[in-house]
Write a protein that binds this ligand. Structure first.
Ligand code: F6R
Length: 369
């Protein structure tokens, strides 16, 4: 049931704080150490892993793309993210020391299933991150880490995406703990930060009306661009995918650093561009880099729609619209930054009179290759 919302998608967006909280629940023992009980792979095997490959499709692949930044940072294991259908047909280098992580809401995506089978044939261990109990992919995996997002009915994925990021982060922290990359107190601080996210996601949802109003004023857009850096890059890709599939608008996400290597030629007067701005408190001058990117596109006439952290006054001078999100550690920001993009796509599609739960040409689970 839609629980009083206009669409399943709207309901599922509102379910997101719960989906993240439920995915985190029950994952630590009395001493506070992470325990992932569905993980039936020998610890010695997990300690020996020298490469992780995430295989998935669509939105699920973007969750892997986000997790890559965190897992590499925490575990110092190289992580590749590959679309399952590309992985399957390119003779990938996979062996007993490769951990393949298959991410899927339905657990039935044929492309992902074929990648899982192929990886296991080559001797790799497969952990699947799955939302649907009793589905095929967890049965064919060595281990499963369930996301507890509850049933996702709307074709466009929302709460499963946040739950997938959460589960992949838990896996990353678990591996860091097991392999001794992090001290127990560092892990527990990171877990506390994660447990703080549902409340912050709720805040973003409560601020949704401004996003909806902006979307309604943009009903006639025929092209929308999305920019991000670091973990904001896959968020930009996901924002573009949501807009394509729901509102049938040509949308594209770019790594902001890539602008001057081509895409900036697309910018003309009035071109809407979403920009995901990283925390100004983060390291590596990411923030100032993206501010320069905003200046560059603005100078060429772009209409900038900026997602920024509360208190980030530096963006005010460059943004036509600002969608504020609560402060969070850089690696956790995607759980917040994607929410206005989901709401935007839903509201724009609704303004165009489209069915947001059942976009044309799409099915909830893609069980053919
Ligand atoms: C986009 C969307 C799809 C799915 C993709 C994978 O909103 O829902 O891109 O993410 O088809 O599906 P699962 O996760 O079921 O394997």
């Amino acid at each position: 049931e839609k629980g009083g919302f206009d669409s399943f998608m709207d309901k599922e967006i509102h379910d997101q704080p719960q989906a993240v909280a439920d995915t985190l629940r029950g994952r630590t023992d009395a001493s506070g150490a992470l325990v992932l009980d569905d993980l039936r792979i020998d610890e010695s095997v997990l300690r020996a892993v020298n490469k992780i490959i995430v295989v998935a499709c669509g939105t699920a692949a973007y969750s892997g793309h986000v997790a890559k930044y965190a897992i590499e940072h925490w575990c110092r294991i190289p992580v590749e993210v590959e679309l399952a259908h590309e992985f399957r047909y390119r003779d990938p280098i996979v062996d007993e020391k490769t951990l393949v992580v298959a991410v899927t809401q339905s657990g039935e995506t044929m492309d992902t299933l074929m990648a899982v089978r192929h990886a296991r044939e080559q001797g790799a261990k497969v952990i699947s991150i799955v939302n649907t109990h009793g589905s095929t992919i967890p049965r064919e995996s060595d281990a499963v880490l369930y996301t507890h997002a509850g049933p996702e009915i709307a074709v466009a994925s929302t709460k499963a995406f946040l739950a997938q990021i959460t589960a992949a982060y838990l896996l990353g922290l678990y591996l860091a703990q097991l392999r001794g990359n992090k001290f127990p107190d560092e892990i527990s601080t990171l877990l506390d930060d994660l447990r703080d996210m549902p409340r912050k996601i709720q805040t973003v949802i409560e601020r949704g009306e401004y996003v909806r109003a902006t979307a309604r004023s943009m009903e006639d857009s025929d092209k929308v661009l999305f920019l991000g850096r670091h973990v904001g890059f896959p968020v930009a890709l996901e924002g573009a995918l949501k807009l394509k599939e729901l509102a049938y608008i040509h949308a594209e996400g770019f790594a902001a650093g890539e602008l001057k290597h081509g895409p900036i030629a697309l910018i003309d007067e009035g071109q809407p561009v979403f920009v995901v701005v990283p925390s100004p408190r983060g390291r590596d001058s990411l923030h100032s880099k993206i501010i320069s990117n905003i200046q560059e596109i603005r100078a060429r006439g772009a209409r900038t729609l900026v997602i920024a952290e509360d208190g980030d006054d530096a963006v005010r001078g460059y943004a036509d619209e600002i969608f504020w999100i609560p402060k969070a550690p850089t690696l956790l920001q995607p759980l917040l930054a994607v929410v206005p993009l989901q709401i935007f796509a839903m509201a724009l599609a609704t303004a165009k009179g489209l069915d947001v739960d059942q976009p044309r040409n799409l099915a909830k689970s893609v069980t053919v290759e």
